[in-house]
Structure formats: C-alpha cells, structure tokens
Design a binder for this molecule. Structure first.
Ligand SMILES: C[S@@+](CC[C@H](N)C(=O)[O-])C[C@H]1O[C@@H](n2cnc3c(N)ncnc32)[C@H](O)[C@@H]1O
Ligand SMILES: [Zn+2]
Length: 400
C-alpha cells in the first residue's frame, strides 16, 4: 500500500502514529506533509535522505525548488544539509500548528538521518523565525556568519498609574526577566524583525560574501537523548547490532559536541591551514591556544578535520596566524612565502595579528598543571572508514 495514502487515511480516521520512519530512495520530501499530519502529539519522526548531490550544492537550483533553501558547496555542506531539511520540516510542521524538537540528526556516509520529536504548539510556532538563519559565506576564505531571520524581543507591558495608558518596556539584549512587583504588569516575548548582524564583506580577508540558506540555527541533537541511547547500545540488551561499536563512536562524538552544540556548521582545518600555507598545529595545542581567548573547539563526530567552535572567524584565523608567525619566528619573508600577492592568504596575513604571543605549549601547561583542559577519558576509536571500495547506495531495483 502506498505510504502517503496510508498516512492520509489514518489522519482522516483520527488515528495517529507514535513513530513514523521514512526511508524512501533519494528525497523523503513527498512523504513529509502526510507524516506531519499523521504523527501523534509528541510522536517521533525518523527520516532518511540520500539525495546528497542535491542537498550538498552540486545542483543548487534543484535544492532551491525542492527544499525551499539554497545550499552552499563548502566543507560543512553535510551538516548544512541536515539544517536545511530541519528548516523545511519545521516550517511544514508549523502549518499543522506543530513545532519540532531535533533529538538526533546525523550525517553518515552517503546519507543524512534525522530523529525529530513533533509536538502540538501553535504558540511555539511564533518563535520559528528566530530559529532560522541565512548563512553568509566568504567566497575567498572559510569565514562565515549567520544572519537570523527573526529576533526575540522581551518586553514588560504595564499600565502607567498616573495616565492609565498601557506602556511597553523593552528588555535590553538577553537580560534576565525579573518578576515585577506590579501585578498589572505582564512580561511577553515576541518575534520582531532582525537586525543585520553580519558584515557586508569578509572581515578576515576582505573577500566578498555569498548567501545560502535558510537553515535551522538551533541545536540538532539532544545530548540527554544521546546519553540514554548510548547506555542502551552499550548494554546490548534491548538491541544487538552488528554496528554497535560505530554507533557508540557516533553517539560519543555527539555528546562531546555538547559545549558547542549551539554553533551551527563547522570549519575544515585542513582547508583553513592550506589557504594560509601553514602546517596544522597539533589538536591539543590548538584547543589550548584557543582556550586562552575564552573559546572552545571540538572535532565533529563525522570528520576528523572538521571542527565546531564558538570562536568568531576573526579569532579562529588569528590563532592560526599566531601559530605560523611563531613557527617562523616572525620572519615576514618566510611567513608570506608561497602566498601570492593579493591571494586570500596574503591578505589575511597583512592584517595585524591580535594575539601574537598565544601559548601553544600544551604539554608544558599540562606539566605545570595550568592547561585548564580535562584529559580525554577513553581511547575509543572515533572514525570508521567505508568497508569496501565504491561503497554507497545501490541503484533502485528495475526488476530486470
Ligand atoms: C531504501 S528502501 C528502504 C529500506 C529499508 N529501510 C531497509 O532498511 O530495509 C526504500 C523502500 O521504500 C519503498 N517505497 C518507496 N516509495 C513508497 C511509497 N510511496 N509507499 C510505500 N513504500 C514506498 C520502496 O518500495 C523500498 O522498499
Ligand atoms: Zn574571507
């Protein structure tokens, strides 16, 4: 029986599914509308997409008409694919008065797999706009900025005791909303038009920016959910899976990302260092140096060279600039060697370094007990390679 027909029929009969798992060939878009109507309140939508060529910007025009969003061809395109799909599902759910809560959204090999809780909440839908962002990406370097499409405005509404007129007092930024003594006052949060927060050109290399998205800018995993799942997989009681070790590695990686899970997308350090014609600093040396500026960086669970960080692009590049500068003891000739005049790398180095004296001596800091970074607890394997050459989705059966 056709799945779309079945889901629509269930909806018409007011019977709803607690879990719907969509795994068609290619895109699952044609199934989303009926799934979002047929799920019970709080139900789980599990969905796989394998049309990565479309979602990862090899066919941006197709992505724009199929998914209502524009992909970018950068190294973070797989996570961007997840976030573009979440943007689509969130906006489709809102048409049913429903909001989504991503529990676990993974990019694995040649596909993406999402587990999303769907809840009834017509009021919750009002916040959706602030959960979506455009991605402003430099075309000459790895820097990018997110431009949210909505802005949360919190205000207290109360009556002026002398004039009797109702007044609105806007709260500044993210200040804590305190309960007011005045019982006639009420605090409300609404979504207003955004302020443009992104630069008009790259602040790292002065290159032009391009625009992709919108994407979902909120966390794409529940760490607590991943922690519960990993216990189940470790115990191996409820499920015995041949890929248990790999699932554990993925879930551990997802849990490790928790400190930076509010930061969408990632930076490819190989790309970044190669554009600066620099060798990569060691992982711990880099994390230690960045921590001195108050920022964190975590290797993604899906690609060892791709890192998530809460550092803005200027700070990130500054750390790599400081590393290369220290490596060549400040010798400008050596630092700029191989960086053609007016190349992005050359332009980046011509801007002054903000923190030239960053300390990269992680081992020394550990010996002195001043590193401030907790050592890794396990030596669990983190990345798994494909089991055989040309491994990937097989074509749909033709019956011949
Ligand atoms: C990628 S396979 C699913 C594999 C399955 N998840 C597994 O692990 O074995 C896609 C399946 O979706 C089915 N399918 C595609 N469109 C469908 C539809 N409209 N209604 C019902 N089934 C459909 C196909 O017949 C095919 O069996
Ligand atoms: Zn740039």
């Amino acid at each position: 029986m056709d799945a779309i027909h079945l889901m629509n029929q269930m909806r018409a009969e007011k019977k709803q599914f607690d879990v719907i798992d969509l795994d068609p060939y290619g895109t699952a878009v044609p199934f989303l509308e009926s799934s979002l109507g047929a799920l019970a309140n709080g139900g789980l939508l599990c969905v796989t997409f394998t049309d990565m060529a479309v979602l990862c910007a090899r066919r941006p025009h197709v992505c724009s008409y199929k998914y209502g969003t524009v992909p970018l061809p950068n190294k973070y395109c797989h996570e961007m694919a997840l976030r573009m799909v979440l943007h689509l599902i969130s906006s489709m759910a809102a048409r049913h008065g429903r909001v989504i809560e991503p529990m676990l959204c993974l990019t694995v090999d040649f596909y993406i797999r999402l587990f999303i809780r769907v809840k009834d909440s017509p009021i919750g839908c009002h916040s959706n706009l602030s959960k979506y962002s455009q991605v402003h990406q430099c075309v000459d370097c790895e820097s990018f900025w997110l431009q949210p499409l909505g802005r949360e405005i919190t205000e207290t509404i109360k009556e002026d005791s002398t004039t009797g007129k109702v007044k609105k007092y806007k709260h500044q930024g993210k200040e804590e909303v305190k309960e007011t003594e005045d019982k006639t006052a009420r605090v409300r949060t609404r979504i207003g038009l955004p302020r443009v927060t992104v630069p008009s050109q790259c602040t790292v290399c002065d290159g032009p920016l391009t625009i992709g998205g919108p994407i979902w800018n909120q966390p794409i995993h529940s760490t607590e959910f991943a922690q519960r799942l990993i216990k189940v997989v470790r115990a191996g009681e409820e499920v015995k899976l041949g890929t248990a070790k790999r699932i554990q590695a993925i879930l551990t990686g997802v849990i490790d990302e928790d400190p930076v899970k509010h930061m969408p997308l990632n930076y490819d350090f190989n790309f970044l260092c190669s554009s600066l014609k620099s060798i990569n600093p060691g992982k711990q040396e880099f994390v230690y140096a960045l921590s001195q500026l108050g920022f964190k960086a975590v290797q993604t669970y899906y690609q060892s060279k791709q890192w998530k960080t809460d550092a803005p692009p200027e700070v990130l590049y500054d750390v790599f600039k400081a590393f290369k500068t220290q490596l060549y003891k400040g010798d400008e000739k050596q630092i700029l060697a191989n960086l053609a005049p007016n190349s992005p790398g050359n332009r980046i180095f011509r801007k002054p370094i903000q923190n030239p004296k960053l300390d990269f001596d992680y081992k020394g800091a550990v010996e002195k007990g001043t590193s401030g970074i907790a050592p890794k607890k396990t030596k669990q394997k983190k990345y798994y390679v494909n089991p055989e050459p040309n491994w990937g989705p097989k074509p749909r059966a033709t019956g011949q």
